[in-house]
Design a protein around this ligand. Structure first.
Ligand code: SF4
Ligand code: SF4
Length: 253
């Protein structure tokens, strides 16, 4: 087995649910740690107090811009990590933390929370509140195979990661119209309702099982786009899905 990659968890303003999702991999987490990943940084799971150099940093939570330490920490994470992953809705698009307005105990000075993509360049999104344990595990294995696998493994890992990288590229600039053009009008929508549930201003309604976006209400926050499973589970991934599943199953045996 080639060298493991160095990965860690950086905790910004989130509820720790994403970290719980990492731990919820149970035996899969142990396989991950045995074979693929050295877990070099984590406030609760590693006895390390300064952000080290990492191949992959999984960042949970948004950033309070009144908190200088948090702003400094996210910038340091970017400087020291080859790949920065926005782990979960708060890091990807702000999620519930968008509603922070200050005055709340015990940090009344904290008012404005930004998704990490508004402060640094993000390479990969793993949306979800919280993301599924399997998705986190698969991204870690795919990152390993992309860096250290055979040519065939690299190609499949890239297929799996590309939509998540494209999602990060669009960052928080995607809007409800993009969802209409890229997902609904392409016939990819399966009517799950995640977009309507994620929209903080209720600009999306469900009509006959399909979402309808009220463009005048849309604040272009990107929440619906990131939360839509078909924005990252698209035609390219679907057509290679069996091979990708076999890749992960084989890697985690
Ligand atoms: S406001 Fe609603 S419809 Fe507009 S981008 Fe955000 S989540 Fe999507
Ligand atoms: S989240 Fe995506 S798949 Fe689900 S209803 Fe909205 S557009 Fe359709």
């Amino acid at each position: 087995m080639a060298d493991k990659i160095k990965a860690g968890h950086v905790h910004m303003s989130g509820c720790t649910g994403c970290e719980v999702a990492i731990a919820d991999n149970y035996g899969g987490l142990l396989t991950l740690l045995d074979k693929y990943v050295d877990w070099v940084y984590d406030l609760t799971l590693a006895d390390v107090r300064h952000i080290p150099k990492m191949d992959v940093a999984l960042v949970e939570g948004s950033v309070c811009i009144q908190d200088k330490l948090s702003v400094q920490e996210i910038k340091e994470t970017r400087e020291k990590s080859a790949v920065v992953v926005a782990l979960g809705g708060c890091a990807c698009y702000g999620n519930i933390t968008r509603f922070g307005r200050g005055g709340q105990p015990n940090q009344p000075q904290h008012e404005s929370y930004l998704p990490i993509g508004d402060l640094i360049k993000v390479d990969v999104y793993i949306p979800g509140c919280a993301p599924t344990p399997q998705m986190i595990r698969n991204v870690c294995v795919a990152a390993y195979l992309l860096l250290k696998g055979t040519k065939e493994q690299q190609e499949l890992a890239k297929k799996f990661l590309t939509p998540l990288m494209q999602l990060a590229d669009r960052s928080t600039s995607a809007c409800g119209c993009d969802l209409m053009y890229d997902v609904i009008n392409q016939g990819l929508c399966m009517g799950c309702g995640s977009c309507a549930a994620a929209c903080p201003v209720r600009a999306i309604t469900h009509e006959y099982g399909k979402p309808n976006v009220n463009r005048e209400m849309c604040i272009k926050c990107g929440a619906c786009y990131a939360q839509c499973p078909r924005s990252f589970f698209n035609f390219d991934v679907i057509t290679e899905f069996e091979a990708i599943l076999e890749l992960f199953d084989g890697a985690l045996k």
